[in-house]
Write a protein that binds this ligand. Structure first.
Ligand SMILES: C[S@@+](CC[C@H](N)C(=O)[O-])C[C@H]1O[C@@H](n2cnc3c(N)ncnc32)[C@H](O)[C@@H]1O
Length: 279
């Protein structure tokens, strides 16, 4: 096979069997479905790990994984996850939140004055901080109790997210008014999300396929550019759990290349990857 022919030129010997065993383990642990085309990607993402552990090949790495248990499984999943994200990514979702969802939720919660939002697969935090800015700007000051839960499988991105420190370049696309209001300087090349935003968000490491410690219910759930890595049966189970943890009428927002077609009939499609729970 073509890929194996190239193993001669590689720093570490990596066979089809190594790839197969690793992807079975990753799928079982994270739901992430790695197709044949991800052979080189898996090799590339794990070479740093092999170097750090001073291992000679991937067969030794698989043995190391078996013997070291949970800790190396965390390192493995951290290396494999794709954490690409940005502030106000898919901007239309934040506009829909401010203009349509928030007014409806303020009305619905006029008695208990409690709003709960979950950013599932939040990566390095740009998504929940964009949610926090949008909510700060659209919910009247002093209205009530507004909280965001932000979770990710990858423990490294959760540490990054909870610190809220980013390079200046990460916020280049944000308008000046928001930059001044929501970010503090943190050295010459860095900024930090301000205390008001950080206070709204609870960051937690959470594998979506493990038990969820929170009871909900949530009003709005952002799970964007996460299920794209899962196969349809895995997505079906997850969307069913999402419907259970959302309020009836609660909103689910997914990524631009994702959809619920033939995976869940518990949501109605409101267009632009915005869904509402109907059962
Ligand atoms: C491409 S990022 C998306 C970030 C953000 N939602 C956005 O759209 O910009 C996908 C995130 O999903 C997380 N993820 C993948 N599988 C997961 C799982 N089983 N449980 C929780 N998070 C997972 C990854 O660690 C990664 O940070």
């Amino acid at each position: 096979m073509l890929q194996q022919e190239h193993t001669k030129d590689r720093e570490f010997h990596f066979t089809e069997k190594d790839f197969h065993e690793l992807r079975v383990l990753i799928k079982a642990n994270t739901g992430i479905n790695l197709g044949d085309s991800k052979f080189n990607m898996v090799y590339g993402r794990l070479t740093k790990r092999l170097r750090a552990l001073k291992l000679e090949n991937f067969t030794d790495y698989r043995t190391y994984l078996k013997n070291s248990g949970e800790q190396e499984l965390i390192e493995l999943t951290n290396a494999i996850t794709t954490n690409l994200t940005a502030f106000f990514r898919e901007d239309h979702h934040f506009k829909t939140l401010a203009d349509e969802i928030v007014p409806e939720m303020l009305e619905r919660h006029r008695r208990d004055r409690r709003l709960r939002i979950w950013s599932a697969g939040c990566s390095t935090g740009e998504e929940p901080y964009s949610l926090a800015m949008t909510l700060q700007e659209s919910v009247p000051k002093g209205w009530g109790d507004v909280k965001i839960l932000a979770t990710d499988l990858d423990s490294n991105v959760i540490s990054h997210a909870s610190a809220g420190i980013y390079t200046n370049a990460r916020i280049e696309g944000i308008d000046n008014r928001r930059k001044e209001r929501w970010f503090d300087k943190a050295g010459p090349d860095h900024i930090q999300t301000n205390q008001a935003l950080r206070d709204m968000i609870t960051f937690k490491q959470l594998n979506l396929f493990h038990e969820w410690p929170m009871a909900g219910p949530f009003d709005v759930l952002f799970c964007r550019n996460v299920v794209i890595y899962f196969d349809k049966p895995t997505q079906r189970k997850l969307f069913d759990r999402y419907a259970d943890i959302l309020q009836p009428g609660g909103y689910l927002l997914i990524g631009h290349s994702e959809n619920l077609f033939k995976t869940s009939d518990r949501f109605e499609n409101l267009g632009h990857t915005v869904y509402r729970r109907i059962s």
